[in-house]
Design a protein around this ligand. Sequence first.
Ligand code: IMP
Ligand code: MG
Length: 428
Amino acid sequence: MPAVVLVGAQWGDEGKGKATDLLGSRVDYVVKFNGGNNAGHTVVIGDEKYALHLLPSGILSPGVIPVIGNGVVVDIEVLFQELEMLSSRGVDVSKLLVSSQAHVIASFHRTLDKVTERFLGQRRIGTTGRGIGPSYADKINRVGIRIADLFDPKILRAKIEGSLDQKNHLLVKVYNRRAVEVDAVLEELLAYADRLRPMVANTPLVLNNALDEGKTLLFEAGQATMLDIDHGTYPFVTSSSATAGGAVIGSGIGPTRIDSVIGVIKAYTTRVGEGPFPTELFDETGVYLQTKGGEVGVTTGRARRCGWYDAVIARYASRINGLTDLVVTKLDVLTGLEKIPVCVAYNVDGQRFDEMPDNQSDFHHAVPIYDELPGWEEDISAARTLADLPANARSYMQFLEDISGCRISAIGVGPARNEIIPIHNLLS
Ligand code: IMP
Ligand code: MG
């Protein structure tokens, strides 16, 4: 099975690394197809811990070719920072490929991200401040700068002028900021051109050729379903397609080439940033999940909001992504709770919703309808088969499978790579 898409089924930070580990050495290419350095994943290999924001996790696996697809927005400064950090620790980064069509995040995009958030005040999104939204906005407005533009200084200057034209009016007249100088941006971006050139490739062609040769490709989504620009909790979303469809657009392969779509979902729910979150807990149980689950953002250091598992969202993610498998992570965090509520439907102003409301304000008013399951006390981190789990943990997982719209193919029972219960083969 050569083309596998991996997506988050909630609001991000589901622990996609667990599923990546299960695919292991069979993967030849790991492709990032959306987002930028707003992502954050921690990869632990032996005693070494690596925090990555922009680079696909495949960069750490010898033999894997990591690819930054056309759908990504690239902060080139961050790209080189991460590459230097890895090289200095002995990681071979020479195989990385970057799409010539990926868009660039320049310093003025970061500035705009922060200024617009401040301007939104109460209505702020709670972005990561990395310039993601402004760079995608330029792409859609057709005033973006692409990687390939860096190799033609004349074109690059014209593109920067085009991009700054309206922004400088806005910065000066609305936001009370200094105008951005074209020359400064030109210098900033040209400084990277020579180092970048050897990595730049026609990645859609490379990936399609790899598929023709029977190679195994993993398309790894940044962010998650509920943060998707179309299918998430708009406007409290990121600015890219974080669902399975994004893998097609953001990498240049056709939808008929995808064989399976794995959704990763926590045994409870977390969210960073603003926006609706029906099962959010505001009591000590929320703090318990936050502390026990180590729920702190890798990119921003913000404490994550925590709540119970939401099966309405699981079914929605199964549907929107066409999931073939669910990997449930962090089941061990629930150990020690007497009762575990699971949201099975919503009550919206007296009306029951079994599926995601189509209307944004209904979702904002959704009150969870819970089924309560009995908890367990036993340490489950050593479990490697379903039979090793206490009966109540097994029942909890069976319950989730019955109401989540997709089979559960693996269960994470601890932070280490091997702390997992494999159930179905993810490559079959
Ligand atoms: P942006 O992606 O920086 O524009 O932020 C938009 C929203 O997406 C904010 O609520 C962020 O907290 C959230 N977000 C962006 N990237 C991630 C991620 O990798 N994990 C979780 N939340 C994210
Ligand atoms: Mg993360």
